[in-house]
Unconditional design. Sequence first.
Length: 167
Amino acid sequence: MKWNDENLVPETSKFLKLKQGENKVRIVSEVGVFGKHWIDKKTIICVGKDKGCHMCVAGNLPKPQWLCWAIDRADNKIKQWEMGYTIIQQIQKLAQSEEYGFDDLPPYDITVIKQGEGLETEYSVIAARKDTPLTEVEQDEIENLPAIPEILEKKKKPSETTSLEPF
């Protein structure tokens, strides 16, 4: 990779990062699950014990994470959203509820409230009161997104120097 390569530093707008307070988002894809290891304040995607993940072989189990595409309503851009168990569990409860239930994708925006930092961070998920259809522009953009399983397969490919690929 060359210094003038546009892909050297990824655009931060490609990834949804929750800020303190309310974050309004719209999930627009399936959700994929993967494992992550934390080593010296770095995250590493788990490629799996069967593929030689050194952390798994050493007995360190990965922490599950979930990945999907979502529209960040702060700027209306579609971004990859990685979330942990606390958030996914609350979204699943909405999916199963009588009032807000859905099968594939929620037909409404959700607000994720982030409070605290580090290990003291807490998340709350609130559904919008009304269903909101996606715009034609949003639908066109969503149709051209790579599928979540494809993204996860790329992230899990071992590099030539190590069996663990940094996230």
